[in-house]
Write a protein that binds this ligand. Structure first.
Ligand code: ADP
Ligand code: MG
Length: 418
């Protein structure tokens, strides 16, 4: 059972019971009669391995205790009804046919119901599309939106798990099936919502294990569980949501991606991960910007290896400098940091963190700081102060405990499988 580290200024995570109760209550308020069940999936934070997913590299997310809960009931027709306590508009009603790429639906509906479309596309290979019909769903969440903590994959994966069980697809029961669900959720996000995203978020929501980080190799999709138990060694991972928003982020992402792809293409490999001799390629690159971008990718791949080796050797004390080096590389070579992230990271270190870095795509979003548990409150206070002095939005915080992947959470497995 995951226990929370108290953080007086933190974004609260609900207990499973609270999430179930809230989802249940919203369902009863929105529709007549009870749901078939309640399913949940977590947000995530990436420990290291940033901007590597489109370069075929590894990443190392943990699932957060913060989850999105979906109460769902299958229907005998093709109607889809959705309710969220936190969306605009809060209610939506349509049919399965409305949920598709280019469909005229609010974007949150694409996240919440897109997996139904994506799962139906798998019929040729998996033979269950005919089985998928409509559903009524109520969504509640304590995963903050837009903080880079993947509220999007949390909602997609919770819906996918709910549909899987209520429609008896049988994918949620083992790792292979969950990989299929994750792929459907990626497809929903890419094609129904139209957001470019790799597979990290969905893998974190569906394949993580409590007390472990998930080493995901995006080159072949393979995963490994790496023990990550900070509490045992008196440490904690503080997530700092900068609440900073910067324009041009999409263009910057596309530009980074294009630079990496151009070098890979010139070198005759599909991704930078597959460079046969990275130092030789770096030495050959004459364009300084290109060289910096590739250097980030190459050194970040090495840092993931270093970080994982330290975890496996139980060397938690030595993780800090690897986080710091990752931040420097993202700031100086990849140039995706911003003043809010830099100040969060520097202030956290000055207030006692062993190491800190930005996490996620950059230009805002969140940073992480690894710190002795007893320093967490002081670090949060110092970052709050530093932001106030600059007249920035107050940052938000949470303590990230490596939590479990999504699944059914209302404790009843009878009655839902038909
Ligand atoms: P992130 O994944 O970093 O939180 P994204 O922009 O990828 O940010 O996804 C956020 C979007 O996911 C929201 O704008 C909304 O459309 C959808 N979403 C997340 N949680 C909920 C929720 N509880 N109810 C409705 N929509 C949600
Ligand atoms: Mg997202």
């Amino acid at each position: 059972m995951t226990t929370s580290v108290p953080l007086t200024t933190g974004i609260p995570s609900w207990s499973g019971e609270e999430g179930v109760r809230r989802a249940h209550d919203l369902f009863l308020q929105a529709y007549a009669g009870p749901p078939d069940g309640v399913w949940a999936a977590p947000g995530r934070v990436n420990l290291i391995g940033e901007h590597l997913d489109y370069n075929g590299g590894p990443c190392l997310p943990i699932a957060l205790p913060h989850r999105t809960y979906v109460a769902l009931r299958r229907r005998a027709d093709r109607t889809v009804r959705l309710a969220s306590d936190d969306a605009d508009p809060t209610r939506w009603e349509g049919t399965l046919d409305d949920i598709r790429p280019g469909g005229d639906i609010p974007s949150w509906v694409g996240y919440a119901a897109g997996p139904a479309w994506a799962l139906a596309q798998q019929d040729a290979t998996l033979g269950f599309a005919a089985a998928l019909g409509g559903f009524d769903a109520a969504v509640v969440s304590c995963v903050p939106w837009g903080a880079g903590l993947s509220s999007s994959a949390a909602i997609e994966c919770a819906t996918a798990l709910a549909l899987d069980e209520t429609y008896g697809l049988g994918l949620g029961d083992d790792a292979t099936g969950r990989a299929t669900l994750a792929a459907a959720c990626v497809r929903a996000e890419n094609e129904v919502v139209g957001a470019p995203t790799g597979g990290m978020d969905q893998a974190a929501a569906l394949a993580t294990r409590e007390g472990h980080a998930l080493l995901l190799d995006t080159l072949d999709g393979s995963v490994e569980q790496v023990p990550f138990d900070l509490g045992r060694v008196g440490l904690a991972l503080l997530v700092i949501d900068t609440r900073a928003e910067h324009a041009l982020v999409d263009g910057q992402y596309a530009a980074r991606r294009a630079a990496c792809e151009a070098v890979a293409a010139r070198e005759g490999v599909p991704t930078l991960r597959e460079l046969a001799d990275p130092p030789a390629v770096l030495a050959r690159l004459t364009d300084p910007v290109e060289r910096r971008r590739v250097r980030h990718v190459v050194t970040e791949i090495d840092r993931v290896g270093e970080f994982v080796a330290l975890l496996r050797a139980d060397r938690y004390d030595a993780l800090g400098p690897v986080l710091d080096a990752s931040h420097a590389s993202l700031r100086d070579d990849y140039e995706v940091s911003c003043p809010e992230l830099d100040v969060a990271v520097e202030t956290a270190r000055a207030a006692g963190a062993l190491g800190a870095r930005m996490t996620g795509g950059g230009f805002g979003g969140s940073a992480i700081a690894l710190a002795p548990t007893g320093r967490v409150e002081a670090i949060a206070a110092a970052v709050t102060d530093a932001y106030a002095r600059r007249g920035w939005h107050a940052p938000r915080f949470l303590v990230a405990l490596a939590s479990a992947a999504g699944g059914r959470v209302d404790g009843r497995t009878d009655g839902a499988q038909r």
